[in-house]
Design a protein around this ligand. Structure first.
Ligand SMILES: C[S@@+](CC[C@H](N)C(=O)[O-])C[C@H]1O[C@@H](n2cnc3c(N)ncnc32)[C@H](O)[C@@H]1O
Length: 292
């Protein structure tokens, strides 16, 4: 009998392997880079006005690729100002990669890094227990809200930590992406456990509206090359399929019928476009910038 389907996060090594493969096969970071290059300077134009120190909190900062880019923009806007960059990140492996990246990067003399090896909720609980409510000039939560248990409460908490001219940046998959189509249709067949949930900008906007928060949305077009998912026996294809379905060894553990339906869905125009013999999954992201 086939083993039961398990959420990918139950196997942290396989999760990281599939996440890194996803980064290599998608324009995920390129579209974020473009957003940071083109829009961030304007968005953060006043976060540090009149300050000698700027406090930035990165929640789920991963290996720091995008964090360092953000820091370079803040440095360019506020030359010479001291920046405290705190990172809340539960994965020791990601933190090690982040530290290696910092060590290899020049021009970070005015940035003080502090890593907290904990989840967003653990950070909140620790701050509450210590009766601290440190305020921040910029908080970002990039592609991490899927992994918190209570999304509205998490947003409310971090929003409450914003200084008066601060901004909260959230990036999640767009309600117009292939993710939305795949997960709306098959999400209930995937093993979510309580480790992660599906959220797109469509759901996020509803949460922000009911909390009465003010925000702007930017769409970041992006795709993921999933051609290898259709090559029988391809190890990369299997890992990408795991990432798409958040399932450990989806190919081996999903029922043949579910697998057939998912593979068929992935090729549909609502999910992917075929170009030059490649299947390109619509990985469009939304960047949501929330006011204090
Ligand atoms: C998809 S990665 C995104 C990393 C990075 N922000 C980026 O865009 O490259 C999600 C990150 O969130 C972290 N994470 C998972 N659960 C979390 C939680 N409950 N609180 C904070 N971070 C979490 C993971 O360890 C991982 O590094």
């Amino acid at each position: 009998m086939a083993s039961p389907m398990r959420n990918l996060l139950n196997d942290p090594d396989r999760y990281l392997q599939s996440f890194r493969l996803f980064l290599a096969n998608s324009t995920e970071h390129q579209c974020m880079q473009e957003f940071v290059e083109r829009q961030l300077a304007t968005l953060i134009a006043s976060i540090g006005n009149g300050k000698t120190t700027i406090n930035i909190l990165s929640v789920g900062g991963g290996a720091g690729e995008i964090d360092l880019l953000i820091l370079s923009k803040v440095q360019a806007r506020y030359p010479g100002v001291t920046i405290n960059n705190d990172v809340v990140e539960p994965s020791g492996d990601q933190i090690s990669k982040y530290k290696e990246r910092v060590a290899k990067t020049s021009n970070l003399e005015n940035v003080k890094f502090t890593w907290h090896k904990e989840t967003a909720y653990e950070y909140e609980s620790r701050m509450n227990a210590e009766k601290k409510s440190k305020k921040w000039d910029f908080i970002h939560m990039i592609q991490m809200l899927y992994y918190v248990k209570d999304i509205p409460a998490t947003i409310q908490y971090f929003h409450s930590l914003l200084e008066t001219q601060a901004k909260l940046l959230i990036i999640v998959v767009s309600g117009m992406s292939g993710w939305e189509r795949l997960w709306k249709k098959y999400g209930s067949s995937f093993p979510l456990d309580d480790l992660c949930s599906y959220i797109s900008s469509a759901g996020l906007k509803r949460i922000l509206d009911s909390a009465g928060l003010k925000y702007q949305v930017y769409e970041l077009p992006s795709y993921m090359d999933i051609t290898s998912c259709f090559i029988e026996g391809s190890k990369d294809g299997e890992l990408l399929l795991d990432f798409l379905t958040e399932t450990c060894e989806f190919s081996k553990t999903a029922s043949p019928e579910l697998k057939r339906q998912v593979m068929e869905e992935l090729r549909k125009p609502e999910c992917s476009e075929e170009r030059d013999g490649k299947v390109l999954f619509n990985n469009t992201l939304s960047a949501i910038v929330i006011e204090p």
